[in-house]
Ligand binder design. Structure first.
Ligand SMILES: NC(=O)c1ccc[n+]([C@@H]2O[C@H](COP(=O)([O-])OP(=O)(O)OC[C@H]3O[C@@H](n4cnc5c(N)ncnc54)[C@H](OP(=O)(O)O)[C@@H]3O)[C@@H](O)[C@H]2O)c1
Length: 330
């Protein structure tokens, strides 16, 4: 049997996503070999593909996977063959088999399906870290989340409800009902000025704004904060659109962050990114899988594609702004 994997040889459009066949990888001492049942497709994969996020090619995108343990390395202690697991891969998830260090995995209880399981790994772990660590929020605090109807956005809304945090969320008109259903207070950014709306709704501004857009949008987000509020930058969606060198687009998306960081007032600005080196990754991922198992969170799944249709899956994400997670089924 062979492994099937999507490989990108160079930055570009979806045509650079190629399916290859190769021998199944063998786990190193601290690694677990997993047969992947579901892999997540994320906005960050498009940043790698376009050459906006730094990458060494050839590379395989894919932040998260769910599957079964096929074999373990000699030093692995927490997992055994046959276990069902979820894993944060960072990259490499678009594949039928993957080897991951055991500290990037968590056990999945019986009865959870791989599609729902993979949907909580990147989005919910990132959302949990945004709320509790980057923004340092507690029950009674308030936030504004941009892209509230997106994968991370809906995760933030569901977790904010559990944590007792009041959540306002920017959203386009057709998705207002969804934000309300998830417990958020929607602000239609296509028809109103969100800074004005936040002033009207809160008077003093919110305790934190979670901004995945970047660029000049950050100046507006900063204005929506109260005096001691914190702006958390967690993405650079604005760099995806437009002409010219992707690296220059990335610099433009990040420059306002540096300017705001130098502003002498009592507000603060931080960046939050999730990676394989993130502190508390395994612990927080396990918390999210437990919340899923207890029925306290419910990821929205937009559509599943076969692995060979990774290009269609990324196009679907880029072009339709879908509600929920896109999955590959290897
Ligand atoms: N830092 C981390 O650890 C981390 C982890 C995961 C993802 N991310 C980042 O988070 C961002 C969102 O990812 P995702 O997977 O949630 O994407 P997604 O599911 O595609 O959702 C993005 C949402 O943003 C909305 N949107 C677009 N332009 C907007 C604007 N100007 N104002 C308000 N909303 C806007 C879109 O819906 P509308 O129709 O409402 O516009 C869409 O629902 C990406 O930048 C990604 O790279 C960061």
């Amino acid at each position: 049997m062979l492994n099937k994997r999507i490989v990108i040889e160079r930055a570009g459009g979806v045509e650079v996503l190629k399916l290859i066949e190769e021998p199944i990888p063998q786990p190193k001492a601290n690694e677990v070999l997993i047969q992947v049942r579901a892999s997540g497709v994320a906005f960050g994969d498009i940043l790698f593909r376009q050459g906006i996020s730094p990458a060494t090619y050839p590379m395989t995108p894919g932040y998260d996977i769910a599957g079964e343990v096929e074999a373990i390395g000699s030093a692995v202690t927490k997992f055994k063959t046959g276990d069902t697991v979820a894993g944060f891969s960072g990259t490499g998830g678009y594949t039928t088999y993957i080897c991951l260090p055991e500290n990037q995995l968590t056990t999945v209880p019986d009865g959870l399906n791989p599609e729902e399981t993979v949907s909580v790994v990147l989005n919910y772990t990132a959302a949990y870290q945004l709320l509790t660590k980057a923004a340092g929020l507690k029950s009674g605090n308030s936030i504004l989340i941009h892209g509230a109807a997106g994968g991370v956005g809906t995760a933030v809304l569901q977790l904010a409800k559990i944590l007792g945090i009041k959540a306002y969320g920017t959203v386009s008109t057709s998705k207002i009902a969804l934000v309300e259903k998830e417990g958020g207070i929607p602000i239609d950014y296509t028809k109103t000025d969100f800074v004005e709306q936040i002033r009207l709704l809160t008077e003093k501004g919110v305790d934190a704004v979670l901004d995945p857009i970047g660029g000049n949008h950050l100046f507006q987000s900063y204005k929506a904060l109260n005096k001691k509020g914190r702006l958390v930058v967690f993405g650079v969606s604005s760099a995806v659109k437009g002409e010219g060198n992707p690296k220059i687009r990335l610099i433009k998306a990040m420059l306002p962050f540096l300017l705001l960081k130098l502003t002498p007032d009592s507000k603060s600005v931080v960046i939050s990114t999730i990676s394989t080196k993130t502190k508390g990754l395994q612990e927080d991922m396990a918390k999210m899988v437990n919340l899923l198992n207890e029925g306290k969170i419910k990821p929205i799944i937009a559509k599943a594609f076969p692995l060979a249709q990774a290009a269609e899956a990324q196009l679907f994400l880029e072009q339709t702004k879908p509600v929920g997670k896109i999955i590959l089924q290897p």
